[in-house]
Design a protein around this ligand. Structure first.
Ligand SMILES: Cc1ncc(COP(=O)(O)O)c(C=O)c1O
Length: 356
């Protein structure tokens, strides 16, 4: 049996949506992007959405709109994908790393205050694996210090924090629609959400060469736009997201019940609704387990083996993150997607028990 880590859903509606765009002759800045922005913002309970070419573009656009640059600091976890922090660094700012809560893997709010300086411009909590970060204390501390919060919700479509959708809590939120995500555009795509009208307007200009007219460029922007084909696919995928989250949660609950005596299973906080983008467990013999599972046709992933502060290009010095450094040696993610069958789940569980 071969079991993939993630799988994209394709149906006739998606194929028709692509064909309709091909037939329309309108490939950028058309009705699909406008509609996808409205529909995704409504789903997440945010007022405005700006569709872009990837989650990385979304983070870059958010940082550009906030005017982040040389001399500024942004606070981030290090246990995340590099694109949480690299756009700020790319603009000349310095990422300041905060260690994680070892249970939910997200930025630990109790360590936040110590990282704040007069140069701090933004705090970027990540809802890693689809489990929300503990946002209330983060928002409270940010407000006290007048700092903007940008949620990195690239892994958390459909997750909830105390009944609120991720993406509706911070001042801004960024999403990715990469193919493995809870919903995708069948390629690269991203979105920034905000309730702030001026920021939304600025971002819609910045992603489109800072235009006020076709060849009049008021702001120094880039081309970060999302095209019509991905937007049309995203609209179709969004329709299925609630049922997919439900199935992901059922699968996680089966894994939890069957594996809790064997390995450290993920724990959902009582204030959280986990969207289970990935299902990550911990064990001391992660590497040999991984090899064993691969020999049985079961794909696994490690999100992420090298923390951001240890990436050569990030040039971070004297950073002490013991909990981040410890967890990356033990984590392993096993297949998680709505198409997994109960038979596959039992096959995976049986092999984990054998391979441990
Ligand atoms: C936490 C996080 N931030 C940012 C990104 C960047 O998104 P993209 O790959 O769409 O550029 C990702 C995507 O994998 C992510 O997981």
């Amino acid at each position: 049996m071969q079991v993939n880590l993630s799988e994209m859903y394709v149906d006739d509606d998606i194929k028709k949506a692509v064909n309709d765009v091909l037939d329309s002759g309108q490939y950028v800045k058309g009705k699909n992007l406008a509609a996808f922005e409205t529909e995704f913002a409504a789903y997440c309970n945010a007022k405005y959405a700006v569709g872009v070419s990837s989650g990385t573009s979304a983070m870059l656009l958010a940082m550009m709109a906030l005017g982040i640059g040389r001399g500024d600091e942004v606070i981030v976890p290090s246990h995340t994908f590099i694109a949480t922090a690299s756009p700020a660094k790319f603009l000349g700012a310095t990422p300041i790393y905060v260690d994680i809560d070892p249970v939910n893997y997200n930025l630990d709010p109790s360590k936040l205050e110590k990282a704040i300086t007069p140069n701090t411009k933004a705090i970027i909590p990540v809802h890693l694996y689809g489990h929300p970060a503990d946002m209330d204390p983060i928002m409270h501390i940010a407000k006290e210090h007048g700092i903007t919060v940008v949620e990195d919700a690239c892994q958390a479509h459909g997750a909830e924090y105390r009944g609120k959708r991720t993406g509706s809590i911070g001042d801004l939120a960024v999403f990715s629609f990469f193919p493995s995500k809870n919903m995708t555009v069948a390629g690269d795509g991203g979105m920034v959400l905000t309730d702030n009208k001026e920021l939304a307007h600025k971002m819609s200009m910045l992603r489109d060469h800072g235009r006020t007219d076709k060849y009049l460029h008021e702001l120094l922007g880039l081309n970060l736009r999302m095209s019509e084909i991905p937007a049309a696919i995203g609209r179709q995928q969004l329709k299925h997201l609630p049922e997919w989250i439900k199935r992901r949660r059922e699968i996680a609950s089966m894994y939890n019940d069957l594996l809790e005596d064997t390995v450290t299973v993920p724990k959902e906080a009582d204030w959280a609704k986990h969207a289970y983008y990935v299902y990550t467990l911990q064990t001391s013999n992660r590497d040999s387990l991984r090899e064993y599972l691969h020999s049985k046709g079961i794909s696994t992933g490690i999100y992420y083996p090298v923390p951001v502060h240890r990436q050569p290009c990030m040039e971070a010095r004297n950073v002490d993150l013991p909990l981040t450094d410890e967890c990356v040696k033990r984590i392993i993610s096993i297949p998680m997607h709505p198409k997994l069958t109960d038979e596959q789940i039992h096959y995976i569980v049986d092999n984990i028990k054998r391979g441990i």
